[in-house]
Design a protein around this ligand. Structure first.
Ligand code: FAD
Length: 403
């Protein structure tokens, strides 16, 4: 079989692998998504979607389904734990730029079944659970993908292999591509509670600066009702994990953030290390990287998952053209040329700046930044430019202009 007639394999049925599978199958490209786990993963992770992501998923009916339960976030805030509200940004300023001038918040594990449901409507889509991509080799004609499942090992012949297998990507290792960047010294502790912070004036996405203990908070549908508020705090990685996650310790941190007479109901907690890394290339021959396999960043700004979905659609379009013989293989170099620089220039830049803003310890620098944020929030023209970047609209537009 000619290489281009073989299916495209995708490692990983996270949101990015499923989005890539959905797009390719919709364009008549046979695609096999291989997921190491027995089913879609359920752990609480990202959950904030920016306008370009909603626009990309809309033609597949996924955006409408997300709106059935998602929380619409029209305003988001930057605060200081001592100074209070610094800026309240109205995403409605973007109304002339997008049909979705807001953030939509919905847990990642509620998006993935919607993506799978949409993809399964296309006969060219198939998914194999309990099937781990263990390695891959390639030549000019195709990719041999090593698959492992309970009690079985097999080799599949693919035209292309997309590594959407997360930040520890096996595909990236098989490509021998560096993952350049750094790891933040602290852990991120993520806590979900049923307590409603809205009556206290907090927007559904809020970033709170403090030199000792910054906080990021956002509301997701949760049990619908009750909704959940997810709070992220920095945590000392030199302490044992059991201590960081301990029920009383977590309760004390929430009470320290906002004192209540009764304990908070905590329904979920998780701690993880956060990295800022970008792969040296997103394409090598017939092997490609997308999502966390290609880039990772801190969650302040909600950009990681969104950027991964933008990769999936950008790559899907090029791969579909190539698979159907309508484009040259050099089109895959264009995928890296379009997606990698904007990942560095926007996502890495903005998320690193957001973290430095909330954690700044130098009092003079803090005052200067607080004043800058207040000025930004008070000037609709400046706020519009800022929101065009932080909502990822400029990033997607810029990528499209790169040849
Ligand atoms: C613990 C944790 C908490 C997070 N919290 C937040 C947050 O609060 N806010 C935020 O913005 N972002 C958060 N993130 C980041 C966000 O979840 C990711 O950006 C997003 O999941 C990227 O999607 P993905 O599809 O690229 O990768 P993933 O979601 O990681 O999906 C990869 C999939 O590939 C599968 N897989 C892995 N290896 C193989 C293999 N070899 N073969 C086959 N399948 C394989 C995995 O089982 C998984 O299903 C968090 C990440 C983690 C790890």
């Amino acid at each position: 079989m000619a290489a281009e007639r073989r299916p495209v394999y995708v490692a990983g049925a996270g949101p990015v692998g499923l989005a890539a599978g959905l797009y390719l199958a919709s364009r008549g490209v046979p695609v096999v998504v291989c997921e190491g786990e027995q089913g879609l993963t359920e752990d609480l992770r990202a959950g904030s979607y920016h306008p370009p992501t909603l626009e990309m998923l809309a033609p597949f009916g996924v955006t409408d389904r997300m709106h059935e339960t998602g929380v619409i976030v029209r305003h988001w805030q930057i605060r200081d734990r001592h100074e209070g509200l610094l800026a309240d940004f109205d995403l409605g300023l973007l109304a002339g730029e997008t049909p979705y001038p807001y953030r939509l918040q919905l847990e990642q594990h509620k998006l993935t079944p919607l993506l799978l449901e949409a993809a399964e409507r296309f006969p060219d889509f198939s998914i194999r659970f309990s099937t781990r991509v263990a390695g891959a080799t390639q030549d000019a004609d195709g990719v041999r993908v090593m698959l492992e499942g309970p009690g079985r090992i097999e080799t599949a012949e693919a035209s292309f292999l997309i590594g959407a297998d997360g930040h520890r990507s096996t595909v990236r290792a098989a490509m021998d591509v560096d993952f350049e960047g750094f790891t933040w010294p602290e852990m991120f502790l993520i806590v979900s509670t049923t307590y409603d912070f809205e009556p206290h004036g907090f927007a559904f996405a809020t970033y709170i600066a403090d030199p000792e203990e910054w906080v990021m908070m956002f509301k997701v549908p949760g049990f619908n009702p009750p909704a959940l508020w997810r709070l992220a705090f920095p945590a000392d990685p030199s302490r044992p994990r059991e201590e960081i996650m301990d029920t009383d310790v977590v309760q004390r941190r929430l009470q320290g953030f906002m004192r209540r007479e009764v304990p908070y109901e905590v329904v979920h907690r998780n701690g993880y290390r956060v990295h800022q890394r970008v792969a040296a290339t997103f394409n090598l021959g017939r092997m490609l990287l997308a999502g966390d396999a290609a880039h990772v960043n801190n969650p302040l700004g909600g950009m990681g998952l969104n950027g991964g979905i933008h990769d999936a659609f950008n790559l899907g379009e090029k791969l579909a053209a190539l698979w159907h013989g309508e484009a040259d293989p050099a089109i895959l170099d264009r995928y890296t040329r379009q997606r990698r620089p904007v990942q560095i220039e926007y996502v890495q830049e903005i998320t690193i700046r957001n973290k430095r803003l909330v954690e700044e310890k130098d009092p003079a620098v803090r005052t200067e930044r607080q004043d800058a944020v207040r000025r930004l929030g008070a000037d609709p023209k400046a706020a519009f430019s800022y929101l065009m970047n932080t909502s990822m609209i400029n990033m997607v537009r810029k990528a499209a202009t790169i040849d």
